[in-house]
Design a protein around this ligand. Structure first.
Ligand code: PLP
Length: 360
């Protein structure tokens, strides 16, 4: 069993921390505690909880050169004085180690991953925002810390967990405008698209700049081979509603197996909707939008929860507005999902786990 220690200064850091009245959007405010654990000589060491602050590494740390890095994103909720609750953490744990395998990194043992995450929430219990839609966003991550410029898998790694009291990911309440990226690709068969590896996100940033320049908010990726089938967005999966049925792309090695996506499929089927997981041809979809067959579309993910799409567009300048830009089905699904996440509705799927607050 791993050892868990309290580092110097943590008590003071937690006791003097003040949660800002108005959170600065998503991921900008940090909780005062972080967990760190080093892997060396083939084994994991002790987990130490420290005040949130800078980390040191040598300029030769392999992560800085070869991007051997993975992460997860999960949330704790504390609305109406209930909770904190963490949503489906075992799914994040399993996906973290799938990402680790793909990136030639060691598995993080379940007790280290889970207890670090739960303890960060327990110590930050007073800093979990209380309004519906707000949460404590949790970011477990691991990087290659070995000091050497040789291109080979590292043998020293650091696992950390940090947390951010966060407002909603998208502000303003209006639907997303989505740019169909027809040139660059995010992922390709045999590649790393299904892993939550930092490099995948760096590869999407040039398109994010183009998307913004074209006046859109999000980039929609197509498959790398045919440039035809919808894959996902840079941090979210996508659903569309055609003839009142839900469609979402089948996951594989190019698409992240989203936990929100998976949960929506379960919820929607239980609500009586038909859900298909299959290839979605972007040009057929645009025809269906114009013909009024595709009435709504939405993005989903831990950060975004469920966010309706207002319109699609591409380099041609054409715009394809959805009939229900505020999302009829997506609003229903969002409310159902969020009510479970926040502990406001019965949790028949056993998706949430309560966390007992702790002081140092
Ligand atoms: C590329 C990508 N797709 C989809 C998702 C949605 O996954 P989840 O619902 O597990 O957050 C994320 C975010 O984690 C992501 O980074």
């Amino acid at each position: 069993m791993a050892q868990f220690n309290i580092g110097p200064g943590l008590k003071n850091a937690i006791e003097t921390y003040q949660l800002p009245e108005n959170l600065m959007g998503f991921g900008n405010t940090m909780a005062p505690v972080m967990a760190t654990c080093t892997y060396e000589n083939g084994k994991w060491g002790e987990v130490t909880y420290l005040p949130y602050g800078p980390i040191t590494m040598y300029p030769t740390a392999k992560v800085l050169h070869y991007a051997q890095e993975i992460f997860e994103g999960m949330k704790a909720y504390r609305v109406n004085g209930m909770g904190p609750y963490i949503f489906r953490p075992e799914e994040n744990f399993l996906r973290f180690n799938r990402s680790a395998e793909r990136m030639a990194m060691p598995h993080v043992p379940q007790d280290i991953f889970m207890q670090s995450v739960f303890d960060i929430v327990a110590y930050s219990a007073n800093f979990v925002p209380r309004r519906s839609g707000e949460s404590l966003y949790l970011r477990p991550f691991m990087y290659a810390a070995e000091e050497s410029l040789g291109i080979k898998p590292a043998e020293k790694f650091v696992f950390m967990v940090i947390a951010s009291p966060s407002a909603s990911y998208f502000s303003g309440g209006s639907g997303l405008s989505v740019y169909i990226e027809r040139e660059n690709a995010r992922a390709f068969p045999g590649g790393t698209g299904y892993a939550k590896a930092g490099g995948n996100y760096a590869a999407g940033l040039a398109a994010a700049i183009k998307t913004k320049q074209m006046g859109f908010v999000q980039t929609l990726w197509l498959d790398a081979i045919h440039k035809k089938y919808i894959e996902e967005m840079s941090g979210m999966n996508v659903f569309v509603v055609v003839n009142n049925e839900l469609l979402t792309s089948k996951t594989g090695d190019t698409i992240l197996d989203g936990i929100t996506r998976k949960s929506i499929i379960t919820l929607a089927r239980d609500l009586g909707y038909t859900v298909h997981e299959r290839n979605i041809d972007i040009d057929e979809l645009l025809v269906d939008i114009k013909a009024g067959k595709c009435t709504e579309a939405f993005a989903c993910g831990t950060a975004a929860i469920i966010t309706p799409i207002n319109y699609f567009g591409d380099i041609s300048g054409d715009r394809f507005p959805l009939h229900y830009p505020d999302g009829k089905i997506s609003t229903e699904l969002r409310e159902k999902l969020l009510a479970i996440q926040e502990g406001r509705a019965p949790d028949k799927y056993k998706w949430i786990t309560p966390v007992e607050p702790k002081s140092v």
